[in-house]
Design a protein around this ligand. Structure first.
Ligand code: ZN
Ligand code: ZN
Length: 142
């Protein structure tokens, strides 16, 4: 079990997941929402995420173009996760985890819309959009 929280500590959550599906996402949504060239995200089923404290402070912003909700703390503004209802999946902002875990991104994704001023200089595989389930499985088998 892993734990995380927002900057002000009002929202606390736990995650029951093996933390394998971690990527650096370079989409415009992540860049704008995070104020950074990319965001390190964990893809996981919503069922494995549990809000422990501060549920009433969770604010959402719907991004219609990608059918997802940006979920953040209304007190301190920390972006915690995105929720895609159709898939039942969330993409958790890994930087909000407090547990010290040995995890590493497996790929750079959505590089087709990355910031022109940012140069990717790691060795990770790059995907211009979001990898399919089978591509993900291949990444994890290495
Ligand atoms: Zn907060
Ligand atoms: Zn993104």
């Amino acid at each position: 079990m892993h734990h995380g929280s927002c900057l002000c500590g009002s929202i606390k959550y736990s995650v029951d997941d093996n933390l394998k599906f971690i990527v650096n996402c370079h989409c415009r949504f992540c860049s704008k929402a995070h104020g950074a060239p990319f965001t390190t995200l964990l893809f996981m089923p919503f069922l494995k995420f549990e809000m422990m404290e501060g549920k009433e402070l969770l604010a959402t912003y719907e991004v219609k173009s990608i059918n997802a909700m940006r979920c953040f703390c209304s007190r301190c503004g920390t972006r915690l996760y995105n929720y895609s209802q159709p898939g039942g999946m969330i993409s958790l902002v890994v930087a909000t985890l407090d547990t010290d875990v040995q995890i590493h991104p497996v790929a750079n994704i959505n590089t087709g819309s990355k910031c022109s001023w940012f140069r990717i200089d790691d060795e990770l595989p790059q995907f211009s959009s979001v990898p399919s389930q089978s591509e993900f499985r291949q990444l994890l088998s290495h």
